[in-house]
Design a protein around this ligand. Structure first.
Ligand code: KG4
Ligand code: ZN
Length: 339
C-alpha cells in the first residue's frame, strides 16, 4: 500500500508519501518560523492561513518527487487529526478528506503523538517492541510503555509545563528568539557546566512524573532585573539544559528499571537536543539498554511520521467516514491496536 500523509497541527506544513515496500518516496516541509518570530510564539490564526497557502504547492512537489522515484498513486490518505491548533488542523484535514473523496481512496485522521512515537520505525534499524518511549515535544512530556502499534500505557507525564515548553520559556527569559529550544541549546554550548545551579524538579522523588514549571521561576529569579553579559547568559542556558536533560534521563532510566525493559525510544522535538542524546545514550549503554531516535529531521514535526502511523492503520482497513476529524485534545491511551 502507498500512503499520502499531511501534517498541519502547529507551525509546520508537511507532506510525505510512504510505500509499504519501496519506503519513503518523498517528503517536504515548510516551517513558519519566520512568520511567527516577530510575535515570540505561534499565532494560531496566522498558522492556519499560512497552511492554506503552503499545503497545495508542497503536495504537488512531493507527489511529483514520489512519482519520479516509483510511479503509482496513493491508495490511502493519512492526516494529523489532533492534538493541535484547531484552525491549523482543519486545513490539513479538509485537504486530505477532499483529495480522498476525489480519488476514491480511504482517509484516516492520525494522532500526532502516535506519529512521534512511531517515527523511529522509518530508520534502517527500527526499535523492537515492547519498549519504553520518552516523548518530549513542545506540548507533551510522556513516558510510555509501548507494547506494539496502538498499545500504549502511560507510565509518567509532566504535571505542568512540557520539556519543550521549559526550553522555550527559559529561552524567552534569556532574550532568545522563538523557537527557543534550539537557540538555548546553541547558547548553552558556550556556557560553563556547573557555573550556575538550578533545581532538578522531582528528581529526588520516586515515581515517573515530571514538573518543569519551577525551573522557569528559578530562571526568572536568577535573571531578575540584572543586565547579563553573553557569558553569564550562556552559563544560565547551560544550567537550564543540564537540569532538563538530567531530569529526563533519570526518569527514563527509572522507567526501564520499573518495567524490566531494555529498549528506549526517544522522540518529539526535544529529542533533537544533542546533549539529551549523548546523556541518554551513555546512561542506557552503561546499563545494557539500547536507545533509538528518529533522524533529526523526523524528531521535530514532519509528515513522514504521520505516514508511518497512517500506513499501519489504513493497511489494517481502518478509515474515517466522510466527516472531517480535528481534535484539540485526544488522549493517546484511547487509541487501540490496528486489527
Ligand atoms: O515535536 P515538535 O516539533 O512539536 C510539537 O509537537 O510540539 O517539538 C517542538 C519543541 C519546541 O519546544 C522546541 O523548542 C523543541 O521541541 N526543540 C528543542 C530542540 N529542537 C526542538 N529543544 C531543545 N533542543 C533542541 N535542539
Ligand atoms: Zn510534534
Amino acid at each position: 500500500m502507498r500512503v499520502l500523509a499531511l501534517e498541519s497541527s502547529c507551525d509546520e506544513s508537511a507532506v510525505a508519501v510512504l510505500d509499504e515496500h519501496a519506503g519513503l518516496l518523498g517528503h517536504g516541509l515548510f516551517s513558519q518560523i519566520d512568520l511567527h518570530r516577530a510575535y515570540g510564539g505561534v499565532v494560531p490564526e496566522l498558522a492556519a492561513r499560512d497552511h492554506v497557502q503552503r499545503l497545495l504547492p508542497l503536495l504537488e512537489q512531493v507527489l511529483r518527487e514520489a512519482e519520479a522515484a516509483s510511479p503509482g498513486r496513493p491508495e490511502g490518505i493519512a492526516y494529523t487529526a489532533g492534538p493541535g491548533l484547531i484552525g491549523a488542523l482543519l486545513t490539513g484535514a479538509a485537504l486530505a478528506r477532499s483529495l480522498a473523496f476525489a480519488w476514491g481512496v480511504p482517509a484516516l485522521g492520525v494522532h500526532h503523538l502516535e506519529g512521534h512515537l512511531l517515527a523511529p520505525l522509518l530508520e534502517p534499524d527500527p526499535p523492537p517492541f515492547p519498549h519504553v518511549a520518552l516523548l518530549v515535544s513542545g506540548g507533551h512530556t510522556l513516558l510510555m510503555e509501548v507494547s506494539g502499534i496502538g498499545r500504549y500505557r502511560t507510565l509518567g507525564a509532566s504535571r505542568d509545563d512540557a520539556a519543550g515548553e521549559a526550553f522555550d520559556k527559559s529561552a524567552k527569559l534569556l532574550g532568545l528568539p522563538y523557537p527557543g529550544g534550539p537557540q538555548l541549546a546553541a547558547l548553552a554550548a558556550r556556557g560553563r557546566r556547573g557555573a550556575v545551579q538550578l533545581p532538578r524538579p522531582m528528581l529526588d522523588r520516586p515515581g515517573l512524573e515530571f514538573s518543569f514549571s519551577g525551573l522557569k521561576t528559578a530562571v526568572r529569579n536568577l535573571i531578575a532585573d540584572r543586565a547579563l553579559d553573553e557569558a553569564a547568559r550562556a552559563d544560565i542556558a547551560c544550567a537550564v539544559q543540564d537540569a532538563i536533560v538530567a531530569t529526563l534521563s533519570a526518569k527514563a532510566l527509572r522507567a526501564l528499571e520499573s518495567t524490566g525493559l531494555s529498549v528506549l525510544v526517544v522522540s518529539g522535538g526535544v529529542s533533537a537536543n544533542a546533549h539529551l542524546r549523548e546523556s541518554l545514550t551513555r546512561a542506557a549503554h552503561a546499563r545494557g539498554a539500547r536507545v533509538y531516535y528518529p533522524r533529526l529531521e523526523f524528531s521535530t514535526d514532519n509528515a513522514a511520521m504521520i505516514a508511518v502511523a497512517g500506513l499501519a492503520r489504513l493497511r489494517a482497513g481502518e478509515h474515517d467516514d466522510l466527516a472531517i476529524q480535528a481534535r484539540t485534545h485526544w488522549p493517546l491511551e484511547s487509541l487501540t491496536a490496528p486489527s
